[in-house]
Design a protein around this ligand. Structure first.
Ligand SMILES: Cc1cc2nc3c(=O)[nH]c(=O)nc-3n(C[C@H](O)[C@H](O)[C@H](O)COP(=O)(O)OP(=O)(O)OC[C@H]3O[C@@H](n4cnc5c(N)ncnc54)[C@H](O)[C@@H]3O)c2cc1C
Length: 469
């Protein structure tokens, strides 16, 4: 980077929070996807004012700016694809204030989601969005990806819990949106526009989150099925009986086997599917609802049903789900996690399509996910050094997206578009839908300096390219 620009940066942020060495920059060149791009400079701002000044400077010199939380994005969200400036948000003041009277949390973006869960629970309250990465991912990353997880079925996504933001705009202005009231219809809802914008419209420096009372009781069970399609019937029947579980998670046979190879907990490896169900609420309702869920699973043809008798057994059931990611990481060096999402009643059809894709391309394709809301995680385990296999992976990934959209679904339920899915945006949104989104980006970020290279397909880009060739 031009030394005169570096001198200007040092006038905003002291040298001990500015990194130019290759080794230091290298550790900011990747995230939990598998792209690798080296930034020109890494800066750890500590206030909205510092960020504002840096963004104004970036506009002046047309330097790309990449906000970064914990870099657990699976879609390449924070990767500095055009070099430039990475803003590591971890050094912003760690604020997490619980306002019990208003049922709110006021947080800075670098706080982990698990910390918000912990602080809310200490106050007898509950912050429902719970990505599996919550112990490491930041609330800033969650806000910008509109993350969710198993509890999305009953409680919705991050978006439903954000009522106010403080942000630095792409031109460097510090702006507040929304506020502390749950109801607010003053003008356009900029808060919701920013949430889920993947760091392309604003840099979040503070958020006001809505909390709810903590459900007093919960019960958990699992059921296994000899045929995948019957697990789908059980899920649909539970929901159509008026029960809304807090979570309904699914593992396919490949995942069950991988989990048993990784850390055996006695799951039946001949089952085609396993469904984990959790209900929460009033203790009496919870007891009745879990019994009904078990009954519905049996009637649908479950080969085994088990209701956890205590917290220890509950933890063991959830362990099966939590072990999926580490178990798959043992299978091969490169993990490509998709989150194609379909309407709930299309899950069996999507599973059939995924099975065909696995056979056609002869790949290690595993499927697990949030069955209650149709948010599946088809995950391919491969080796990015194997160019021939990566070509097959590219084709398989394209077919997965096509399958989800043709079944009335979407490219991404929670991981975002980033660089991994941008070539397919037009397939889902249509030409006009994509044009409207670009108009918003152009209006907010006239110099295209904030997280450039994300969401929108690059000219001529029609397909995800996973290899260097
Ligand atoms: C093992 C594992 C499990 C996961 N499970 C889930 C899951 O269950 N559900 C789910 O939804 N996701 C999941 N993810 C994906 C990931 O954890 C989420 O997308 C998470 O919200 C990213 O948070 P982060 O702090 O790591 O953000 P980063 O990856 O650093 O950034 C994500 C995006 O947010 C932007 N950004 C970050 N902070 C700011 C800010 N303050 N202002 C503006 N832009 C900002 C970045 O530019 C980037 O575009 C998982 C990932 C892993 C590795």
């Amino acid at each position: 980077m031009d030394p005169s620009i570096v001198r200007e940066i040092h006038q905003i942020v002291p040298e001990n929070r500015v990194f130019l060495d290759l080794q230091e920059r290298y550790s900011y060149s990747y995230d939990a996807s598998f792209g690798e791009y080296l930034p020109d400079i890494v800066i750890q701002p500590q206030s909205a004012l510092e960020i504002s000044k840096l963004v104004k400077l970036a506009n002046q010199h047309r330097i790309p700016v990449y906000p970064r939380g914990s870099a657990t994005s699976l879609s390449g969200g924070s990767l500095p694809v055009h070099g430039g400036m990475v803003l590591d948000m971890s050094q912003l003041k760690q604020k997490c204030i619980i306002d019990r009277e208003n049922l709110l949390a006021i947080v800075s973006p670098g706080v982990t989601t698990a910390e918000i869960h912990r602080k809310a629970e200490e106050a007898g309250l509950f912050y429902p969005p719970d990505p599996s990465s919550s112990h490491i991912s930041t609330i800033g990353g969650n806000l910008l990806e509109n993350s969710s997880g198993p509890k999305g079925l009953k409680y919705g996504t991050t978006k439903e819990y954000v009522i106010g933001l403080e942000v630095v705009t792409p031109t460097g202005e510090i702006v507040r949106t929304g506020g502390k009231t749950v109801k607010n219809v003053t003008g356009y809802d900029l808060t919701r526009l920013i949430v889920g914008s993947e760091g392309t419209l604003a840099i979040v420096t503070e958020a006001i989150l809505r909390l709810i009372p903590k459900p007093p009781a919960r019960k958990t069970m699992y059921a296994t099925f000899a045929e995948f399609v019957t697990s789908g019937v059980a899920i649909t029947n539970i929901l159509s009986q008026g029960i809304l579980p807090a979570a309904m998670e699914m593992l396919d046979q490949q995942c069950i086997r991988a989990v048993e190879n990784f850390k055996p907990i006695g799951l039946p490896t001949d089952a085609e599917a396993m469904v984990i169900i959790e209900v929460d609420g009033h203790p009496l309702a919870v007891d009745e609802e879990i019994e009904r869920c078990a009954q519905v699973c049996k009637e649908a043809g479950a080969t085994s049903v088990h209701i956890a008798r205590d917290e220890q057994e509950r933890d063991k059931i959830w362990q099966a789900r939590k072990n999926v990611s580490p178990a798959l990481a043992q299978v091969g060096p490169t993990k490509i996690s998709e989150d194609a999402t379909v309407p709930r009643n299309q899950i069996p059809a999507m599973m059939n399509r995924l099975r065909e894709i696995r056979e056609k391309y002869q790949l290690n394709l595993f499927v697990f996910g949030h069955a209650g809301d149709g948010n599946l995680h088809p995950t391919i385990i491969t080796d990015k050094q194997n160019k021939e296999e990566m070509k097959r992976v590219e084709d398989a990934v394209s077919e997965i997206f096509e399958a989800a959209i043709s079944l009335g679904g979407t490219l991404s339920g929670e991981h975002g578009i980033g660089i991994m899915k941008s070539p397919y945006m037009e397939m889902e949104l249509g030409e006009e839908g994509l044009r409207l989104m670009k108009l918003i980006k152009d209006a907010w970020d006239p110099n295209h300096i904030l997280n450039p290279g994300k969401i929108f397909p690059q000219p001529g880009q029609t397909k995800v390219v996973l290899t260097d060739e």
